[in-house]
Write a protein that binds this ligand. Structure first.
Ligand code: HEC
Length: 190
C-alpha cells in the first residue's frame, strides 16, 4: 500500500536521482536551483561558437593545409580570435592538452584552464564556470579538441602516441553575460 506521502517521497527521490545522474549542467536539472535564462542563452551561444570555430579549423586544414610549411589553421584562427576580442565579443584561446605544445603561448594560463585541461583529457565534454569581473558576470567554458585526422600528426608528431579520441587540446571561452567583456581578472580573482 502506498500512501500519498510515500508516493511524493518516491517522486522526490527519483527527481534527485536524475539530477545526480545528469551529465554536465546538473544544476539545470535541479528544480531547486534558481532559473538563470541569461546564463542558458550564453551556454547556447558558446555551443554555437564552438561548432563554427571547430568546423572552420577542420575544413581549412582539410582543404588548404597540405604540407608542414603552410600556415596552419590554428594560426589563422588565433588571428580571428584576436579580432573578435578587440571588438569586445568574447575571448577564445586555443591551448594544448598533450603536454607538448607547438608554441609555449598556447598553454593553460590560470586555475580554470589548468583544471579544465585535466578534466577534458579524462573525457569530460564541457567544463564551465561563472566568474565576476569588474561587476560583470562572465561564462567560462573549455571544450576538447581530439586528433581529428592524420594531417594533424604531420605537424604535431607527439599526437601519434595519444589514445584515439582523447583530447590533445582545448578551446577556452570567456563570454560576458550582463555587461562588457573584461579580459583582466578582478582583484578578488584567483
Ligand atoms: C601545417 C602544420 C600544422 C597542422 C597540419 C596542424 N597544426 Fe596545430 N599547430 C601548428 C602550429 C604551428 C601551431 C602554433 C600556432 C600558433 O601559436 O600560432 C599549432 C597549434 C595547435 C594547438 C595549440 C597548442 C599548441 O600545440 O601550440 C592545437 C591544440 C592544435 N594545433 C591542434 C591541431 C589539430 C587538432 C590539427 C588537425 C586538425 C592540427 N593542429 C593541424 C601546426 C599545425
Amino acid at each position: 500500500m502506498t500512501s500519498k506521502t510515500g508516493r511524493w517521497a518516491l517522486a522526490v527521490v527519483a527527481a534527485a536521482g536524475l539530477t545526480w545522474l545528469a551529465p554536465g549542467g546538473a544544476a539545470e536539472e535541479n528544480p531547486a536551483a534558481p532559473k538563470d535564462p541569461e546564463l542558458d542563452r550564453k551556454r547556447t551561444e558558446v555551443r554555437m561558437l564552438d561548432d563554427i570555430y571547430k568546423s572552420g579549423i577542420v575544413t581549412i586544414t582539410e582543404h588548404y593545409v597540405n604540407d608542414e610549411d603552410m600556415i596552419p589553421a590554428g594560426t589563422a584562427f588565433k588571428k580571428m580570435f584576436e579580432a573578435a576580442e578587440k571588438k569586445g565579443w568574447h575571448r577564445v584561446r586555443l591551448i594544448d592538452a598533450s603536454g607538448e605544445p607547438y608554441s609555449d603561448e598556447n598553454v593553460a594560463e590560470d586555475a580554470f584552464e589548468k583544471d579544465a585541461v585535466k578534466r577534458l583529457v579524462k573525457g569530460e565534454p564541457w567544463v564551465e564556470a561563472v566568474e565576476v569581473r569588474d561587476g560583470t558576470r562572465h561564462l567560462r567554458v573549455a571544450t576538447p579538441i581530439p586528433v581529428v585526422f592524420e594531417k594533424c600528426i604531420m605537424c604535431h608528431d607527439n599526437y601519434e602516441e595519444v589514445p584515439k579520441g582523447q583530447a590533445i587540446g582545448a578551446l577556452t571561452y570567456l563570454v560576458p553575460i550582463d555587461g562588457p567583456l573584461v579580459t583582466k581578472r578582478s582583484k578578488a580573482g584567483k
